[in-house]
Design a protein around this ligand. Sequence first.
Ligand code: NAG
Ligand code: NAG
Ligand code: NAG
Ligand code: NAG
Ligand code: NAG
Ligand code: NAG
Ligand code: NAG
Ligand code: NAG
Ligand code: NAG
Ligand code: NAG
Ligand code: NAG
Ligand code: NAG
Length: 457
Amino acid sequence: MLVSILLLAALSKATVTILDPSDFADLAADAADNALTADWDYAPLSYQAYSITGPYVYNDTSKEVSHKTLTVAANDTSVVVITEDSQVNISQSTVIKHGYSTDLYQSSFYGLNAAVNIANASVAYLDNVNVTVHNGAANVYVYGNNSYAYVSDSSLYSSGPVSHGLYAAGYGTVVGKNLRHYSGAYRSSSFAGDSPKGYVYVYDSIAHTAGIGSAIFYGQGTVYAENIIGHAQQAPIAFLDGSQIDIHESDLTAGLLAGVVTFSSGTRQSGSEISFTNSRLTVLPDEAAGLWFGNVIASASLVRSQINTTSGILAIANYSQVTQDFNYFAESTAAAEATITVSESALAGDLVAYNGSSINWSLGNYSTWTGKAYSGYGNASFSVSLDASSSWIMTGHTVLTNFTDADTTLSNVHSAGYNLYYDSSSAHNSWLKGNTQKMHGGGYLKPASKSQLRGSH
Ligand SMILES: *[C@@H]1O[C@H](CO)[C@@H](O)[C@H](O)[C@H]1NC(C)=O
Ligand SMILES: *[C@@H]1O[C@H](CO)[C@@H](O)[C@H](O)[C@H]1NC(C)=O
Ligand SMILES: *[C@@H]1O[C@H](CO)[C@@H](O)[C@H](O)[C@H]1NC(C)=O
Ligand SMILES: *[C@@H]1O[C@H](CO)[C@@H](O)[C@H](O)[C@H]1NC(C)=O
Ligand SMILES: *[C@@H]1O[C@H](CO)[C@@H](O)[C@H](O)[C@H]1NC(C)=O
Ligand SMILES: *[C@@H]1O[C@H](CO)[C@@H](O)[C@H](O)[C@H]1NC(C)=O
Ligand SMILES: *[C@@H]1O[C@H](CO)[C@@H](O)[C@H](O)[C@H]1NC(C)=O
Ligand SMILES: *[C@@H]1O[C@H](CO)[C@@H](O)[C@H](O)[C@H]1NC(C)=O
Ligand SMILES: *[C@@H]1O[C@H](CO)[C@@H](O)[C@H](O)[C@H]1NC(C)=O
Ligand SMILES: *[C@@H]1O[C@H](CO)[C@@H](O)[C@H](O)[C@H]1NC(C)=O
Ligand SMILES: *[C@@H]1O[C@H](CO)[C@@H](O)[C@H](O)[C@H]1NC(C)=O
Ligand SMILES: *[C@@H]1O[C@H](CO)[C@@H](O)[C@H](O)[C@H]1NC(C)=O
């Protein structure tokens, strides 16, 4: 059962309960399966080493299947394979898969062992199809240029590791609509893309993941999501590893690490971007940030959206990396540079940068920020910019490398007695002319000292 509705309860004293596939499953029977992890400690092969087979192979054909129960119980075997320019539609049917994958890299990159595998320029429509998998298998996997799967009015359930719900790779595209997803084990995200790029579009769906590293969205490629209610019990709502994730009208709850984790699994990449429009991100762990960036140059955009954290931290940029265990941050190759733009949103919380990382935070279109910025460890650099319609209510002394305010009288900064220190050597701050001035609320705007600019702790 997915109750992301704790917050609603606090506001309205009413609870809305949303059912997901775990409410119809025997979770106790799947507990051992969900406790399985996997061995990733070997070099992945860079080619497809196993053939993708199963009892129902549609090869260069056109077919409609309805009112069927399709099953298999075998390792490294799919139930349904739709391949070589096939066009296959499946409706009012049930797909059940048992059996393990011998090579999870092959599962990730080619869909080995996936219940339904659509590949090589094939197109499939799945409507009213319930896909249940055990022992670790993707529900619906799409691979290759010009391969498309459209999955609607369906339920996706999995137990066992690395069992993503919708999964696209190799430039394949999956489109989901009105889905209910549940996964019980680790590294089993609801809607996922994998290398070298998957395109994932999902609408009007419910997603619930229970395992570590199982996010609502795993982006390597593009993800577009609209009207999703999701709760990742032991993961952020999204991992971005070189990807674009665009979320609209959604209500998403994260249970581990951060609200969103943006990183590079290899050397530092740039270009990942996540955007939230008309959405709410709730972050439950005590110390977790809303948006977390490490070993990456990336951006985020928040439009008419909320981030509610327990920690009081909106964003962290760190000299760090998420490990392949997906449950802690470890030292890594490079600092993070995060650019976050906020429009028509009211946000409360802090910005924290570590060890050479930076955050560029810009508020526009009637936005309000209540918070401060500080170093978590070592050198930290922050840039804040406000348009004239936006405002900042300070909750602590803050040191900024760059500060721009379209309201040059600073009437939109409420200092609450705290000081705002700026780097008087930065070109962006030349408009402040090295001056010290009193701000609304009694605090001072002042040039920062060298030691303040180096960060603290
Ligand atoms: C599809 O059919 C062709 C021609 O019979 C065959 O060569 C190929 O191996 C088949 N592919 C799969 C995945 O079964
Ligand atoms: C599958 O469904 C789509 C969408 O409804 C339709 O355009 C297509 O003709 C169908 N294909 C087959 C093989 O029935
Ligand atoms: C799919 O599962 C749901 C419960 O999640 C059930 O209500 C529905 O009847 C199932 N549909 C099929 C086609 O099996
Ligand atoms: C299937 O895989 C499981 C787990 O690796 C293994 O224990 C089992 O022996 C395999 N079954 C067959 C028929 O190879
Ligand atoms: C797709 O085509 C490639 C190249 O012909 C082949 O190796 C692979 O097995 C095919 N995949 C599927 C799922 O049929
Ligand atoms: C598949 O699509 C990608 C992205 O559009 C393109 O770069 C690549 O060349 C295509 N591959 C093939 C085999 O057509
Ligand atoms: C920051 O990075 C350090 C070094 O990797 C790590 O030990 C620490 O847990 C990270 N903290 C956060 C909040 O990201
Ligand atoms: C979430 O955060 C927003 C902005 O700070 C605040 O207005 C709202 O009351 C918070 N909601 C809850 C349920 O805490
Ligand atoms: C901090 O950054 C330096 C490189 O500037 C790196 O060598 C060091 O390991 C980092 N320390 C931590 C705790 O991340
Ligand atoms: C911060 O990011 C915004 C949006 O990308 C950009 O316009 C601005 O120049 C950046 N500010 C600094 C100081 O880098
Ligand atoms: C303000 O909103 C408009 C319209 O949505 C958008 O084009 C513009 O980029 C926003 N500006 C800022 C500073 O957020
Ligand atoms: C501050 O501005 C300088 C000059 O444009 C830029 O190089 C630096 O990245 C900015 N710092 C931040 C934290 O945005």
